[in-house]
Design a protein around this ligand. Structure first.
Ligand code: F6R
Length: 594
């Protein structure tokens, strides 16, 4: 999604803005641009990549500027729709993330007042509104302009002749990076990590006036103080570290991520979250909400919590939950979001809070919007995830769920001890899957020839099938559907033939026999079957055309090893097909619009 950056200091702004924009490329975008104040405002922008812009842009000069990577919502990717946008005089420039819902109305009013618009974007009304209210106090003009605006925004405003930047946020993240006689602004931490690890997270409703040596933040016209935070991960962690793609690096980081996330909890003096909601025996149920891959973690979480804690769990898509007539008022909810900024997830959290639910956020980003809205936050320790396709963050989410469920489990001591030991062995089990990469590569070569595939599983392996299909479709562009294995015969069988392989996830649990039956049914319809099964399972070899093995684990941990195998399968398939693995077409890392 869109990314924004700003710089004010004593250095040339242009190279810093371009470097910072390059660090936001992973979020997904289609156009980019920068504006620098050097006497007048100089703007360079176009559809395309930051690298292309960098090649053609002249030296702009100037030590204050703003930049943007745009992911098109209102209007196609083009030079005119790219940010920054200007007012009529060309003296006020704005970059914006978010969506202005009432922009059409405001645009009509501004046109009637004599303003000219050049783009199709919602953003362009912002510089014009600021121009309308500007009488020499830029901060005030921005505050007044934003009173007219309905929607979400993170903005940076640059004005000719002003040695300051004005920033504001509502429902879209924005941070200020603190330097020595220089300050940085960005929508996301990686943009500024080369320059500083000291940050301030702006809150919704904040308007800040930033100079090279001062930061003044106001909320509803009253000056407020915002705490300084230290970012614990380094710029190197956001590099490829010798791997061909971020995705491959992040898949290989998973043993460490498991260790870090579990280690955090094991060493905690207090329970990781005050889950009175789980301890409450009168509890009717609880909710777990999320989108995309995080939703698949939520579905696995349902099985884990129901099994270990013994309460009823509803796992729902946050994007759909927002339209449900009922919420389960009064119960507890867990919300899972890697970025902590997914618009639908944040909306669901606010809805839950509105009806009195206690909400726990599981998120990877310290200071993210989700962590601010939640009553309690459980941080995953995945480190920066750059590849658009989520891998290690999913793993860290599973670890958080295992640990939460084990902390509040109602199982006997023997099983608890055995599972706790099993949890600690997971890093080495995952390493064994990674070491099996060559075998998975062979299967990927085979899979890459097809245009359609099904992933099937039962029980706790059903969400794994959904995740395997999501990974394959998003990075290899093969049409893949995750399906409950027992449901294929209720319709999708019509699609099975020799050109539609089925990847069957076979866990050694109470679903095992039924899965074998389902595989036979699929084979009888002529579809090739790739089975994912435990080492040593000879029965599967006789049934399936191809087998990927994973090391034995307790069935409750099977999503861990199976998912890693499917991540590698998707990765190598996409590589075989020559796809842009880290930045798949049309996708964004952090989905900050509904
Ligand atoms: C898929 C993927 C997305 C995200 C989804 C939710 O690989 O990464 O499906 O899982 O956009 O994002 P978060 O977890 O940041 O809320």
């Amino acid at each position: 999604m869109c990314g924004i950056v700003g710089y004010i200091g004593e250095r040339q702004a242009q190279p810093i803005l371009l470097t910072s924009l390059g660090k936001l490329e992973y979020r997904g975008y289609d156009s980019c641009g920068i504006a620098v104040a050097a006497g007048n405002i100089k703007v360079h922008k176009d559809a395309g990549r930051v690298g292309e812009l960098t090649k053609v842009i002249p030296q702009l000069g100037g030590t204050v500027g703003i930049g943007h990577t745009r992911w098109a919502t209102h209007g196609e990717p083009s030079q005119v729709n790219a940010h920054p946008h200007l007012d009529c005089s060309g003296r006020i420039a704005v970059v914006h993330n978010g969506i202005i819902n009432n922009f059409l109305l405001l645009k009509q009013q501004l046109i009637a007042e004599g303003h000219n618009f050049v783009s199709e974007t919602d953003t362009e009304i912002i510089p014009h509104l600021i121009e309308k209210y500007y009488d020499g106090d830029l901060g005030k003009a921005v505050e007044t302009a934003l009173c007219d605006v309905e929607g979400s925004y993170a903005i940076i405003v640059l004005a000719a002749g002003e040695s300051k930047l004005v920033v504001a946020r509502k429902d879209s993240p924005l941070i200020i990076g603190l330097g020595d006689r220089e300050n940085f602004i960005a929508s996301d931490v990686p943009a500024i990590l080369d320059y500083t690890n000291r940050v301030i997270y702006l809150e919704d409703g904040d308007v800040g006036v930033i100079t090279l040596d001062s930061i003044k933040i106001r909320q509803e016209g009253v000056e407020v103080a915002r705490e300084e935070h230290k970012i614990l991960w380094s710029a190197e962690e956001a590099q490829k570290g010798g791997y061909e793609h971020f995705m491959l690096k992040e898949i290989h980081e998973q043993p460490k991520v498991i260790r870090n996330t579990i280690g955090e909890y094991v060493s905690a003096a207090e329970p990781v979250a005050d889950l009175a909601i789980m301890a409450d025996t009168n509890l009717e149920g609880m909710l777990i909400l999320a989108c995309g891959t995080s939703y698949h973690a939520a579905l696995v979480g349902k099985y884990i919590v129901e099994d270990l804690v013994g309460i009823l769990v509803r796992a729902e898509l946050a994007s759909e939950f927002n339209y449900y007539p009922q919420t389960l008022a009064g119960t507890g909810a867990i919300v899972i979001t890697q970025s902590g900024e997914t618009a639908d997830t944040l909306k669901a959290m606010k809805r839950l809070k509105g009806v009195g639910c206690r909400v726990i956020a599981i998120t990877n980003v310290v200071g993210s919007s989700a962590s601010r809205i939640a009553d309690h936050t459980v941080y995953t320790r995945a480190g920066p995830e750059i590849s658009v396709a989520a891998t290690k963050s999913f793993m860290a989410q599973l670890m958080a769920l295992y640990w939460l469920a084990l902390s509040y489990s109602r199982i006997d001591t023997r099983r608890l001890d055995s599972l706790t030991m099993g949890l600690r062995q997971l890093p080495s089990k995952v390493q064994q899957v990674l070491d099996n990469g060559d075998r998975i590569k062979e299967c990927a070569k085979y899979l890459s020839r097809y245009e359609n595939a099904f992933f099937t599983g039962r029980g706790i392996s059903f969400p794994v099938a959904l995740e395997g299909a999501l990974k394959l479709k998003e990075i290899s562009y093969i049409h893949a559907e995750g399906y409950a294995a027992g449901e294929l015969k209720h319709g999708p069988f019509a699609l099975l033939d020799k050109n539609t392989p089925v990847i069957a996830i076979v866990a050694q649990d109470n679903t095992y026999e039924a899965m074998l039956t389902n595989i036979k049914e699929v084979k009888a319809r002529g579809s090739p079957v790739v089975a994912l099964a435990e080492e040593g399972n000879e029965t599967i070899r006789e049934l399936a055309d191809s087998v990927i093995t994973v090391p034995p684990v307790d069935a409750i941990f099977s999503p861990v090893v199976n998912t890693v195998a499917l991540q590698l399968l998707a990765y190598y398939t996409a590589k075989q097909r020559g796809c842009p693995i880290d930045f798949p077409r049309n996708l964004a890392k952090s989905v900050t619009v509904e």
